[in-house]
Design a protein around this ligand. Structure first.
Ligand code: 5RP
Length: 293
């Protein structure tokens, strides 16, 4: 691995903790205006200070993220199928590496669909993307997608997908948490991060899932819905961040969530907007008109 690629990876998986918090907001690429991500800028902006990196498409990046904000971008470059189409696994590379460089992307992301009708194409896409990415020192995140078959989220299937992704050269793999998660991590020679999946009933459930994944060896999260579909997204990402980097317990993380939620709920004092203030004081010139001449 060359210096540039290692440097980019270190912006995602932080060296101080060997872990990372990636905020996933790429859902629209096949789901359209996902609940609470209808106006991407509104969802993303308050969460930016608490994410190490941001995973999204070029469309949302260009339109909804301030280009002056220094957050590493993990650019989704695969797509081509929608939730109402025939087959979610029918993806191609939709954004070039040249464009990713123009957008100053730190990493490239694509989905692989092991066991699905377009398994072969998605794996060949991955191999080619790794070749191209490595030419420019840009790492590739492989997402082990399950399409609509959520029941595929078991250790046997996900270990197979993650291992294949690593064999094809992915530098980082994203998968779902499941029982026996250690099996996935131990048989995958590159760091594994977890997606949150569909919104769980409570924030505590999502924090527990995150904690369990980290305990089993996950290198962090690439989480979306369980953060921004919460009624309190900022307290939620702060709690997830504490689990990832400060290695707090679930109880401590939940306390962070609750404390920050209470702060958000506390009504802020309304600023006094007396129209007669501030009074523009009539300033007397210290210099007399004569001397001023
Ligand atoms: C979809 C993705 C999403 O980024 C991924 O599912 C993470 O988001 P969530 O935590 O909402 O599951 O890659 O293919």
């Amino acid at each position: 691995m060359d210096w540039g690629l290692k440097n980019r990876l270190a912006r995602i998986i932080k060296p101080h903790s060997d872990r990372g918090v990636m905020l996933a907001v790429d859902h629209g690429y096949f789901l359209g205006p996902t609940e609470r991500l209808e106006v991407p800028r509104k969802t993303i902006q308050p969460l930016l200070p608490y994410a190490d990196s941001l995973m999204l498409t070029r469309g949302v990046l260009r339109t909804s993220v301030d280009e002056r904000y220094p957050i590493p971008v993990v650019l989704r470059v695969s797509g081509g199928a929608s939730i109402i189409g025939k087959d979610l696994s029918n993806e191609k590379i939709t954004t070039s590496v040249k464009e990713a460089i123009r957008l100053n992307a730190t990493a490239l992301a694509l989905s692989i669909f092991v066991g699905a009708p377009y398994e072969h194409d998605s794996l060949v896409n991955l191999g080619k993307l790794v070749d191209e990415g490595e030419e420019y020192g840009i790492p590739v995140l492989a997402v082990t997608a399950v399409g609509k078959e959520l029941e595929k989220r078991d250790a046997r299937y996900l270990a197979l997908s993650c291992r294949i992704a690593a064999e094809f050269g992915a530098h980082l793999v994203k998968t779902y948490y499941c029982e026996n998660f250690e099996k996935i991590v131990n048989s995958c020679p590159v760091p594994v991060i977890i997606a949150g999946g569909p919104k769980l009933s409570t924030e505590l459930d999502a924090l527990q899932l995150t904690y369990d994944a980290l305990q089993a060896g996950a290198a962090g999260v690439d989480m979306g819905r369980n953060i921004w579909q919460s009624d309190y997204p900022v307290p939620m990402i702060k709690a997830v961040r504490a689990l990832v980097h400060q290695r707090v317990t679930v109880k401590e993380a939940h306390e962070i969530f609750t404390k920050n939620k209470e702060i958000e709920k506390t009504p802020k004092p309304t600023p006094i907007t007396n129209p007669s203030y501030p009074i523009k004081a009539k300033t007397k010139s210290t210099k007399s008109k004569k001397t001023a001449k």
